[in-house]
Design a protein around this ligand. Structure first.
Ligand code: ADP
Ligand code: ZN
Length: 522
C-alpha cells in the first residue's frame, strides 16, 4: 500500500481516494506543482493534507478564511494531525507556541492568512523551518476581475521566487476558463499540472422563479417541500436578513440570522447551532458560508439576485454535499436588475471595475432568462459545455414558453463578424445593437457603421429584446466579453449559429402586474 493511501486510511478513516484525488496527491508528493479545480464538496482539502503528511516538513496552507482556521485546526488535531495556524486573531503568546512547534518540525500543517505571508516576520520564520509544500486555498481570490478578489493574494507569486523548490498546489471551486488562466499566470503556475474535476452537482435541482411576493413564495417552498430541513436563505441586505429570519420564526420555521453587522459572538453562536442542530434555517448575507462543511443542507434559497454566476454557484453548492436530492431556488425580478445596476453605477469603483461588475451581472441574468437547461448553461460558463439537458432543473422539468431567436442571433453575430473581420474593430454590445436598430448615433456616424450591410436590419425587435439576444449568446458561449472595455467577440462556437446548425430559443417575458412599471430597466 502506498504511504498516501495508508495516511488516508489510518488518519482520515476513508477507504479510498475520490475522483482525481489520488492522482493529485501522487503528483504533489513527487514534488510537482498543481492547479486544482473541483466543485465545493469535491474533497480539495485531502489533496494537500495527505501530501503534507507524507512529505517531510510542514505544509503551509494559505487561506483567507481566518474565522475558520481554529475550527479546521481543531478538526485536524482530533484525528491526530499536528496542525497550527498563524493569524491576526492570536495574541503574542499563542503565536510563539505555534512558531516554536513549526521550527521544531512538530507541525504537519500550518495555516496562515495571506496578509501574514506578506510580512517579513513570517517569511523569515518560514526560512528557518522546513516546508513540505504550499497550498493556496480559494485560489480564485488572486483573479483581479473575478468575483472575490483579495489584493493580498497578488503577493503570493513570491512563494515561487523565494522557495523555488517547494511544490505548490492551488485550489479553487470556482473559475471560468479565463479566471483559471489568470490564476495560473499570477501564481506562476503555468507549468503546473492542471486537474479539473466535473463541476456538475447532479443532485441539486436548480430553479429560478419570478419574484412577486418573496416572503410568501419562500414560505410556500419550505412548507411544501422542505419541512423540517436544514437550509440557507440568502438575502442582499442585513435588514432583509433580520426581517426574513423573524418572518420564518413567526411562521413556525426555526431560523437564525447571520450578517456582518451582528457581533462576533452572535455570529459564532448562530453558525455553531446551524452546524450542529437539525432543521435550522440560516437566513444570511453572503458573509455566511465560505468553508462551512455541513453535509445535509437540503436547500439554498436566494431572495435576491446574486451578483455573479460564480457567487451563485458557490452559494448553491453548499446544498447537498451528502449527495442526496437538494434544491437551489432563486426568486428573481426586474427590481433586482435595477437595484444591481444602480449599485454598480453608484459604486466607488472606476470604469473598468463597473464594466467588470456589469459583465458578471449579465451572465447571471442570462441564466435567469434561459429557456434551456440551467445546468447546461452553468457548466458551459465554467468551461464544461454539455450537449444534454439534465432533466433536473426547472426548465427541463417544465419548459417555459419561448420564441425562436435564431435569426436575430445570426444578425447579431454577423454584425460582430463585420466589425471584426471587415473593419478589425471590437465594440461593446451596445454598438452592435445600435447598428442593428439602424440608429445614427455619433459613434455610428464616426466609424461609418451606417455603411455596413447589417445597418438597420434588426429594426423589427426592441432594444430590450436585442439585449436579451446578447445575454443569451453570452450565456451559451457563442459570444465572449473581452478585456477591461467589455468588448464582445466571436468564439469558436459562434459558427454553429451562423451556419444554422443551432437554434437559439428566447424566454418570453411575462410581465407580472407588480413589475411591469419597471420594465425599462432590464
Ligand atoms: P471541498 O474543500 O472541496 O469543498 P472538502 O475537502 O471539505 O471539500 O471535502 C468535502 C467532504 O468530503 C468532507 O466531509 C470530506 O471529509 C469528504 N471527503 C473528501 N474526500 C473523501 C474521500 N476520499 N472519501 C470519503 N470522504 C471524503
Ligand atoms: Zn436541466
Amino acid at each position: 500500500m502506498s504511504s498516501a493511501t495508508d495516511a488516508l486510511n489510518r488518519v482520515f478513516g476513508y477507504p479510498s481516494f475520490r475522483g482525481q484525488q489520488g492522482d493529485i496527491v501522487d503528483h504533489v508528493i513527487d514534488g510537482g506543482d498543481a492547479l486544482v479545480l473541483m466543485p465545493t464538496g469535491g474533497g480539495k482539502s485531502l489533496c494537500y493534507q495527505i501530501p503534507a503528511l507524507v512529505r517531510p516538513g510542514t505544509g503551509v496552507v494559505v487561506s483567507p478564511l481566518i474565522a475558520l482556521m481554529q475550527d479546521q485546526v481543531d478538526a485536524l488535531r482530533t484525528v491526530g494531525v499536528r496542525a497550527g495556524f498563524l493569524n491576526s486573531s492570536q495574541d503574542l503568546d499563542e503565536r510563539r507556541v505555534v512558531e516554536a512547534e513549526f521550527l521544531a518540525g512538530e507541525l504537519d500543517l500550518l495555516y496562515v492568512a495571506p496578509e501574514g505571508l506578506g510580512t517579513a516576520g513570517v517569511q523569515r520564520l518560514l526560512d528557518r523551518g522546513k516546508i513540505s509544500l504550499f497550498a493556496i486555498d480559494e485560489a480564485h481570490c488572486v483573479a483581479q476581475w473575478g468575483h472575490d478578489f483579495r489584493p493580498d493574494y497578488l503577493a503570493l507569486s513570491m512563494l515561487h521566487e523565494r522557495w523555488p523548490d517547494v511544490p505548490r498546489i492551488a485550489l479553487t471551486a470556482t473559475a471560468t476558463p479565463a479566471t483559471r488562466d489568470e490564476i495560473a499566470e499570477r501564481l506562476q503556475l503555468t507549468e503546473a499540472r492542471h486537474f479539473t474535476a466535473s463541476f456538475d452537482r447532479p443532485n441539486i435541482q436548480y430553479r429560478i422563479v419570478g419574484k412577486n411576493s418573496p416572503s410568501r413564495q419562500l414560505l410556500e417552498l419550505l412548507r411544501s417541500e422542505h419541512a423540517g430541513d436544514s437550509g440557507i436563505v440568502y438575502c442582499l441586505s442585513r435588514a432583509s436578513v433580520e426581517k426574513h429570519a423573524e418572518f420564518l420564526s413567526q411562521n413556525g420555521i426555526p431560523a437564525l440570522p447571520y450578517h456582518a453587522g451582528l457581533d462576533a459572538r452572535t455570529r459564532f453562536t448562530n453558525q455553531s447551532r446551524f452546524l450542529r442542530e437539525d432543521g435550522l434555517v440560516m437566513v444570511a448575507t453572503i458573509a455566511f458560508g465560505m468553508g462551512i462543511d455541513k453535509p445535509d443542507v437540503r436547500f439554498v434559497a436566494h431572495l435576491d439576485l446574486p451578483k455573479s454566476l460564480e457567487g451563485y454557484y458557490q452559494e448553491t453548492g453548499r446544498a447537498g454535499r451528502d449527495g442526496l436530492p437538494s434544491t437551489a431556488w432563486l426568486a428573481y425580478g426586474l427590481q433586482d436588475v435595477m437595484q444591481q445596476r444602480k449599485m454598480i453605477e453608484s459604486s466607488d469603483g472606476d470604469l473598468a471595475f463597473r464594466r467588470n461588475a456589469g459583465q458578471h451581472l449579465e451572465a447571471m441574468l442570462a441564466l435567469c432568462e434561459s429557456v434551456t437547461c440551467r445546468r447546461a448553461q452553468i457548466l458551459s460558463y465554467f468551461g464544461q459545455p454539455s450537449e444534454t439537458a439534465c432533466g433536473n432543473c426547472d426548465t427541463c422539468l417544465t419548459p417555459p414558453s419561448s420564441w425562436d431567436g435564431t435569426v436575430p442571433a445570426q444578425k447579431l453575430l454577423s454584425t460582430v463578424v463585420r466589425l471584426q473581420k471587415e473593419r478589425g474593430q471590437k465594440f461593446g454590445a451596445g454598438q452592435s445593437i445600435d447598428i442593428l436598430l439602424g440608429k445614427r448615433t455619433d459613434k455610428v456616424s464616426r466609424f461609418r457603421h451606417d455603411e455596413l450591410s447589417v445597418f438597420g436590419i434588426g429594426a423589427d425587435l426592441k432594444e430590450t429584446e436585442w439585449r436579451g439576444v446578447v445575454r443569451q449568446l453570452l450565456a451559451g458561449g457563442f459570444l465572449a466579453v473581452e478585456g477591461e472595455y467589455g468588448t464582445i467577440a466571436l468564439t469558436p462556437r459562434s459558427a454553429e449559429i451562423l451556419k444554422g446548425e443551432r437554434k437559439v430559443m428566447m424566454r418570453r417575458e411575462v410581465p407580472s402586474p407588480r413589475t411591469s412599471s419597471s420594465r425599462s430597466g432590464s
